[in-house]
Write a protein that binds this ligand. Structure first.
Ligand code: FAD
Length: 397
């Protein structure tokens, strides 16, 4: 019989296995995970889990895997792929053959080269990372968060909620500026300042202070800051080293890296597929790029699974979506905001805001904070790429 091997037991890998069964695949199905935990959800890690409000983040009950005929192998990282032999080598020296292979290995945090190894310096990607970080949360301690991307901003918010003092450092002119642009980034920055975060933009980390345990850092503007713990959240890189000699085509590192795939997730090898954060799929606009958001992983898994069994996905046209929880505010993006789009802030009450993004004269995305209804209402307009003038309220009315 046939065997599909899915490498990576995160959200995208799990959803792919689930959707394959949904799509009618009844052959062998093996899900390989590097971590010792069964598939779990990452969004709560920077929120409820670090704050100690939630422990169980598993995506499925234990019996799910048997019930769906999914052989889950944990603590079994793939180390190499031989596409000619159709075989994956595992860290323990064994190997496993496949008819189809799905790459779902996700990302690992980007590191700053040359920093000393000190206790109290953290990154956040895995459940184990979150538990280690949670153990450092104590009211009154000072945390330095390096990088004001989504994870840095969410952590800053969680830390404030847990009573820590927070210094948030970002080389860009505003938090989230590289994703949402400087204008909306400034609105997010204002939120953090109002919550008592010491937001320092235009500067980055150049060195760590301390021996054995971190006691502070040196910033690129020359200042020294004292801190009891440091979290580095400067982005992530796709897990593709294990594919180096496989012949599977990878995207340029400079273009974000990842596994190149078509709009169904097929890679350069007809029996190898890629899905989720690690996958640089072809998009409507012809570009090939990775998308590092939760909703995308599930949507791609569905499309891929149906294509793999030779069918057509029942999913209709998707509008990209992501969210980020910071304090009591849910930041949401519908469509594909680019930092280079023209931004129209159409509502701003000092905390909640709504912004329309304009590209080539049309509405490309809507980003809102604390205004879920207003964001979701724009779905049809985004699909239709309506002229921006049609959605901007006339001045003075
Ligand atoms: P992953 O979830 O990273 O899963 C990949 C899996 O592959 C991992 O379990 C890894 O251990 C395993 N693996 C790696 N290498 C190997 C190997 N060689 N062999 C076998 N297994 C391997 N998105 C949102 O839209 N909203 C949010 O609020 C949000 N919050 C987030 C908060 C945090 C802290 C993080 C880290 C992410 C957040 N995301 C959020 C992003 C979202 O979680 C990801 O888009 C999603 O997890 C992608 O799923 P994935 O399966 O592609 O990758």
């Amino acid at each position: 019989g046939a065997r599909v091997v899915v490498v990576g037991a995160g959200l995208a890998g799990l959803r792919t296995a689930e959707e394959l069964r949904e799509a009618g695949y009844d052959g062998e199905l093996v899900l390989l995970g590097a971590e010792s935990h069964p598939p779990y959800d990452r969004p709560p890690l920077s929120k409820e889990v670090v704050r100690g409000e939630r422990d169980d983040v598993s995506l499925k009950p234990a019996e799910f895997f048997d019930e769906h005929g999914i052989e889950l192998r944990l603590g079994a990282p793939a180390v190499a792929l031989d596409t000619a032999a159709r075989s994956v080598a595992l860290a323990d020296g064994s190997s496993i053959g496949y008819d189809h292979l799905v790459i779902a290995t996700g990302l690992v945090p980007r590191r700053i080269p040359g920093l000393p190894e000190l206790d109290g310096v953290h990154v956040l990607r895995t459940l184990d990372d979150a538990l280690a970080l949670r153990a450092e949360f104590a009211p009154g301690r000072t945390a330095l968060v390096v990088g004001a991307g989504f994870i840095g901003c969410e952590l800053a918010a969680s830390m404030r909620k847990s009573g820590l003092e927070v210094i948030l450092v970002e080389p860009q002119p505003a938090p989230l500026a590289s994703v949402l642009g400087p204008q909306v980034g400034a609105l997010v920055g204002r939120l953090h300042t109002a919550e008592g975060v010491d937001v320092r933009t235009g500067t980055g980390l150049t060195g760590l202070l301390g021996e054995g345990r971190v006691r502070g850092a040196v910033l690129s503007d020359g200042t020294e800051v004292a801190a009891d713990l440091v979290v580095i959240g400067i982005g992530s890189v796709p897990v593709t080293e294990w594919l180096t000699d496989s012949g599977v085509a990878l995207a340029d590192r400079a273009a974000g890296g990842g596994v190149l795939a078509d709009e169904f997730g097929r890679t350069s090898d007809p029996n190898v597929w890629a899905v989720g954060d690690v996958a640089a799929w072809r998009h409507h606009d012809g570009s090939q790029r990775r998308v590092e958001h939760w909703t995308n992983a599930g949507e791609q898994a569905k499309v891929l699974a149906y294509a793999l069994v030779g069918g057509e996905s029942p999913a209709g046209e998707q509008v990209p979506y992501f969210w980020s929880d910071q304090y009591d505010i849910k930041v949401q993006a519908l469509g594909e905001p680019l930092a280079t789009d023209t931004v129209h802030v159409v509502r701003d009450d000092g905390r909640k805001f709504l912004a329309y993004y304009e590209r080539d004269g049309a509405l490309s995305a809507v980003v809102g904070a604390g205004l879920a209804g207003r964001v979701m209402k724009m779905r049809a307009n985004i699909v239709a790429r309506v002229p921006i003038a049609d959605v901007l309220e006339p001045a003075g009315v």
